[in-house]
Design a binder for this molecule. Structure first.
Ligand SMILES: Nc1ncnc2c1ncn2[C@@H]1O[C@H](COP(=O)(O)OP(=O)(O)OP(=O)(O)O)[C@@H](O)[C@H]1O
Ligand SMILES: [Mg+2]
Length: 335
């Protein structure tokens, strides 16, 4: 038997309200989040992301279907059993949710107190955690004395205090600027790599998915419309909402308006070619030059995602019609 998934949803539906007021927040969700992965969930506001999180940590019950955590069902079991499972899940929030009246150390210590740790063990654990998140020197600072990124580090240290195997981050970087977001995302990757913690990252930003997620589910109106390794989703988005998320990050393809402008400025034949590790355009461009077809790179971008080359380039081609046709055919064969 394969080892149990960190999280498994089977035909999970969540309906809020009744009768005419009924609202289906999640609609027949099947999902397996494997142990040790960073799993991203992306969707627009109201798609059902937070509802999904609240079903994982059993703050909400599904209307139908079952949720299983590390092989143990959390639906239809006594509250005491759910409490034990919840101890194995850490939560990180958009607004940090720190106690303003406690220091950074005090905030991190809190879940250890609740779990009944002895004072000396607590102190040692808090020091270790603050060091891990890079805040050893801020132990005695209060939340109001910390930057947003530092507050989120405290929130993360607190979430890790009792060594959960699963960490849920619901819009954990949405209140942070891009640079601080990068730092917090690097910390999440370190937690995953060094501590082996499974992480579920909830976001409406495709940049966040790109930076950390091994796989991603795209949620739209309570349904999973796409679920695939992150690279595949970027390289070949299928659902309309996925394409629109991907285009927020990769502006490597000109849209219709941009194409029109490029046509005005450059003339010639415009061709957009996908680039990856196997499909370069060097040979086709060399052939173009030999056939006296001039080309200009007028748009595009090539970068790396999950260690793979990825992007597209738009060219304006000038020259005799049939020569340009041959170059276009050549480029199409490559990409
Ligand atoms: N307790 C509740 N009672 C009634 N409706 C709810 C409740 N919680 C969520 N909903 C509804 O379910 C839908 C999904 O909400 P949810 O909070 O999961 O969305 P979200 O994807 O997290 O959105 P956001 O990006 O704005 O946080 C929304 O239409 C919301 O109004
Ligand atoms: Mg939400």
């Amino acid at each position: 038997m394969s080892s149990p998934a960190a999280v498994e949803f089977r035909s999970v539906t969540k309906v809020f309200g009744r009768g005419a007021d009924a609202h289906v927040a999640l609609d027949d969700i099947d999902l397996r989040i494997e142990r040790g992965e960073i799993f991203g969930v992306i969707g627009y506001s109201g798609a059902g992301k937070s509802t999904l999180v609240r079903l994982i940590n059993a703050l909400e019950k599904p209307t139908s279907g079952t949720v299983t955590i590390s092989g143990t069902p959390i639906t239809g079991v006594p509250e005491s059993a759910v409490r034990a499972l919840r101890r194995d899940i850490g939560m990180v929030f958009q607004q940090f949710n720190l106690f303003r009246s406690r220091t950074a150390a005090g905030n991190v210590e809190y879940p250890l107190k609740v779990a009944g740790w002895k004072r000396a063990a607590r102190k040692a654990r808090v020091a270790e955690l603050l060091d891990f998140v890079g805040l050893a020197d801020k132990a005695r600072a209060y939340p109001d004395q910390l930057s947003g990124g530092q507050k989120q580090r405290v929130g993360i240290a607190r979430a890790l205090a009792t060594s959960p195997s699963l960490l849920l981050a619901d819009e954990a970087t949405s209140a942070l600027d891009p640079e601080t977001t990068g730092e917090v995302l690097r910390l999440l990757r370190k937690i995953n790599a060094e501590l082996g913690v499974t992480i579920v990252v909830i976001t409406h930003e495709m940049d966040v998915i790109r930076a950390v997620a091994d796989r991603v589910a795209v949620l739209a109106e309570g349904r999973i419309v796409e679920l695939a390794p992150t690279f595949d989703v970027f390289a070949a988005p299928r659902a309309a909402s996925t394409r629109s998320f991907v285009s927020t990050v990769l502006r490597d393809r000109p849209d219709a308006r941009e194409l029109e402008r490029l046509r005005d400025v450059h003339g010639g034949r415009l061709v957009t070619v996908d680039i990856d590790d196997h499909r370069g355009i060097g040979a086709a461009l060399a052939a173009a030059t030999a056939a006296e077809v001039r080309f200009e790179i007028v748009y595009g971008g090539v970068s790396t995602l999950q260690d793979k080359t990825f992007g597209s380039i738009t060219l304006a081609l000038h020259g005799p019609g049939d020569a340009v046709d041959r170059v276009v055919a050549d480029l199409e064969r490559k990409g």
